[in-house]
Design a protein around this ligand. Structure first.
Ligand code: GDP
Ligand code: MN
Ligand code: MN
Length: 252
């Protein structure tokens, strides 16, 4: 398996054709997987925004005020407002904002970035990353799966890593249930989140700063006709950690 950064990708502007930009710079082959950082998908989709676009509601002021007290850092209530508007549920208000996005992804600050956004204050995540992945895939000269990624923290672990926000052309997961281990025991629970694993691998090449390599081609890894599933984001009904959070509040 190989990972190739697509070289010489320019600064992405609203309306840019990401599929075309990649195809001009890299000869995709059948069996490749293209990963692309949500940052540039957002830029192409015009998702850069300014704090002034988000006049703060009383709730946003309250959240920002509490965060300011807790952290001793200045918090702009308009940023809290942007997070609220991008979210369908607030899971934690303090000591940081953890929310579910409109497309089901749970992340800190609704995944809104304040880095790698020239001329604007904020970069919102793509509205529907799976639709973005489908559009990019449809624009490529070779039919390969596309994964839209973001860098994201994980509960229980330090550090951040690449995760999949949206995907097209392959299932999200490989379902191992019903297959057997080396001793012949049937696997009962293992559903391997392939799109997250490919996103994490690609993120090693993408980098997080000024690298300028938002698109990575994974070569030599094919999903083939394995058993798969398209579930990635848990439903609340079976997400017991999330249910536990609903009854929790931060006490310093
Ligand atoms: P995120 O993980 O999707 O939030 O994106 P990052 O901010 O971590 O950036 C991922 C990669 O894309 C890094 O290598 C950045 O330098 C690069 N990047 C961000 N914006 C652009 C752009 O407009 N053009 C190019 N060529 N690279 C970019
Ligand atoms: Mn990001
Ligand atoms: Mn990143």
């Amino acid at each position: 398996m190989e990972l190739h950064a697509v070289a010489d990708v320019p600064e992405i502007r609203p309306g840019d054709d990401l599929a075309g930009l990649v195809a001009e710079r890299f000869d995709l082959e059948s069996g490749d997987v293209l990963t692309i950082a949500s940052t540039v998908v957002s830029k192409a989709e015009g998702r850069a925004a300014d704090l002034a676009d988000f006049p703060a509601s009383p709730r946003a002021r309250e959240i920002a005020g509490r965060l300011e007290e807790l952290t001793g850092e200045e918090k702009d209530p308009r940023f809290a407002q942007a997070v609220l508007e991008e979210s369908t549920e607030v899971l934690m208000e303090a000591p940081f904002l953890l929310t579910e996005s409109r497309f089901g992804h749970v992340s800190v600050n609704a995944g809104i970035d304040r880095s790698n956004v020239p001329d604007h204050d904020l970069l919102l995540l793509p509205k529907n990353p799976t639709a973005s992945a489908e559009r990019i895939r449809a624009g490529l000269p070779t039919d390969v799966p596309v994964i839209v990624t973001d860098t994201c923290g994980r509960p229980f672990r330090h550090g951040q890593r690449g995760v999949a926000l949206g995907w097209a052309g392959m299932p999200a997961s490989r379902d191992w249930r019903g297959e057997r281990d080396r001793d012949g025991r049937e696997l009962g629970v293992t559903v391997q989140s392939i799109v997250d694993e490919l996103a994490a691998a690609a993120n090693l090449v993408t980098g997080e700063g000024a690298d300028g390599t938002p698109a990575v081609v994974v070569r030599g890894w094919e999903f083939g006709d394995l058993e798969g599933s398209n579930e990635l984001f848990r439903e609340v009904e079976t997400d017991f950690v999330r249910q536990a959070l609903r009854g929790w509040s931060y006490e310093p």
